[in-house]
Design a protein around this ligand. Structure first.
Ligand SMILES: [Fe+2]
Length: 488
């Protein structure tokens, strides 16, 4: 198949930091990633470059299939920049295969010629492939297939770019801690797919993951397994990840960073921010990634980004998510140090909801300040609350023990439950009534269907609504003017 849009802008390919890098446009390359180089990979690089220099078009004229025909595995989407105009597609193979894409606006016409950036890394025995698409159209569905003419092309998948800031709705999922038990985490992913329109008909636009997607971050195969199990979601729905303590790995050795392409406005993949529709989102690092104390860098950064988010007047909601919760009643104790250092910043900068994992349960707080002051005892429907609501969603799989409640419930806790679950969030912006409303539904997988560590007969419709609540924001004066690109 003819390849379009892949001629190098300067007629040259480049190799950077030991991994193959084809820059086919004016995109500023993403951060350098430290990977282990091998003699074998160097030989492959040389072969690839020879092919590139001979043809100026990468891999289109290979005379024979040198690299085999391995299909892309573990396909996932990430948001690398402004989600209205960019998307990252990553996958893995065990053989060296091409990192290329055909994409377009219809199934039968994958002819887009936008410049894009590709990166192939050898990590342990796995080739991780990344493609970053830029200059996409807002709120537009694209179809794509990945691979290459020599290696073979994948099936055709699709994704939709983010809408404008004043979009009328937003729909996303939050969950976490689905490490190690592949059967159950696949089941929960299927439940999300099957039930995605049960509460709101609009498609899910992204999925926040609270960390601990693998049990040991130093074992690269576990990441491959995870992406195999979650491709059913992330081939079309972007994953917003942060790392948990299990991603850190033994002695700080982890393959977490190599898996994703995320916004570069924070600190590598450790923490970052993006604006999706009317929502500002910060993905934060509660694990200090084993190197630098988290508060020396991330606190000034998050304070600055939250202040910038106020410059874009169309930002109606602010969310933060990270692994270890500052407010929780489980046998995993709350991170009081994070509560003391981060929660005042959330409160001062109008953060609405903080999502966490780590504790293997579902729990929701009242709107609560950093010193445990409650603004109200209302349990389900909030109107312009004074403080953030803290949600712990750390039971989207099995691997660690399900938590138990302590003898005494904390005053700030509204509800806690131990069922496998995910959180479905929908935001509706009503311009006529000058209100924006967040509706959260917590979908549980009924535990009776699990027995002796395996699944019994299970109908995916057998889910249960564990919790729901609403937050309404008043928008006096109608919809504000947008100030564009404050944080990118
Ligand atoms: Fe954890």
């Amino acid at each position: 198949m003819e390849i379009r849009g892949i001629s190098l802008s300067n007629g040259q390919s480049s190799v950077n930091s030991g991994f193959l890098l084809f820059d086919r446009g004016d995109y500023n390359p993403m951060m350098k990633k430290s990977i282990q180089k091998t003699v074998v990979f160097s030989l492959i690089l040389i072969l690839g470059l020879n092919m590139a220099s001979e043809h100026s078009i990468i891999f289109t004229s290979a005379k024979e299939n040198t690299f085999g025909l391995e299909e892309p595995k573990g396909i996932r989407l990430n948001i690398p920049d402004d989600p209205r105009s960019s998307m990252a597609i990553s996958w893995f193979t065990y053989e060296f295969t091409e990192t290329d894409i055909n994409f377009g606006l219809s199934l039968g016409n994958l002819n887009q010629t936008n410049s894009f950036f590709t990166d192939t890394e050898l990590v342990k025995d796995t080739y991780i492939h990344h493609i970053v698409l830029k200059n996409l159209s807002t709120n537009t569905t694209y179809f794509y297939q990945i691979g290459g003419p020599t290696s073979g092309w994948s099936d055709v998948y699709s994704f939709t770019t983010a809408p404008e800031r004043n979009a009328s709705s937003l729909h996303f999922i939050a969950y976490g801690d689905n490490r190690s038990d592949r059967e159950i985490r696949r089941l929960i992913n299927r439940a999300i797919l099957q039930n995605s329109s049960s509460y709101h008909s609009e498609p899910i636009q992204f999925i926040m993951h609270m960390g601990d997607m693998v049990t040991r971050g130093e074992e690269h195969d576990l990441f491959n397994d995870y992406f195999d199990d979650s491709q059913m979601l992330h081939e079309s729905i972007p994953l917003l990840p942060i790392q948990g303590n299990h991603e850190i790995g033994n002695l700080g050795k982890s393959y977490y960073r190599e898996q994703f392409v995320l916004p570069e406005n924070g600190n590598a993949e450790w923490y970052w921010a993006l604006q999706y529709g009317s929502v500002f989102i910060m993905g934060l690092d509660s694990e200090a990634h084993g190197i630098i104390p988290y508060d020396t860098q991330s606190i000034p950064w998050m304070d600055s980004m939250l202040q910038k988010s106020h410059e874009d007047l169309s930002t109606l909601w602010r969310f933060a998510f990270f692994h270890q919760p500052p407010f929780v009643s489980s046998s995993h104790m709350p991170r009081i140090d994070i509560r003391d250092s981060w929660s005042p910043i959330f409160g001062d900068n109008d953060v609405d909801v903080v999502f966490n994992g780590h504790c293997h349960l579902y729990e929701r707080s009242f709107p609560v300040s950093s010193n445990e002051t409650l603004s109200s005892r209302e349990r389900y429907n909030y109107n312009d609350p004074d403080y953030p609501i803290y949600i712990v969603t750390g039971a989207a799989g099995r691997g660690g023990p399900i938590d138990r409640l302590p003898d005494r419930e904390n005053e700030y806790m509204v509800f806690s439950n131990f069922t496998w679950h995910y959180v479905d969030v929908f935001i509706s912006n009503n311009l006529t009534n000058q209100k924006s409303t967040l509706m959260a539904n917590v979908v549980g997988i009924i535990p009776q269907y699990f027995s002796n560590g395996s699944l019994n007969e299970f109908d995916l419709s057998h889910t249960v609504l564990l919790d729901n609540f609403t937050i309404t924001k008043n928008i006096p004066g109608g919809w504000p003017e947008s100030v564009q690109n404050v944080i990118y």
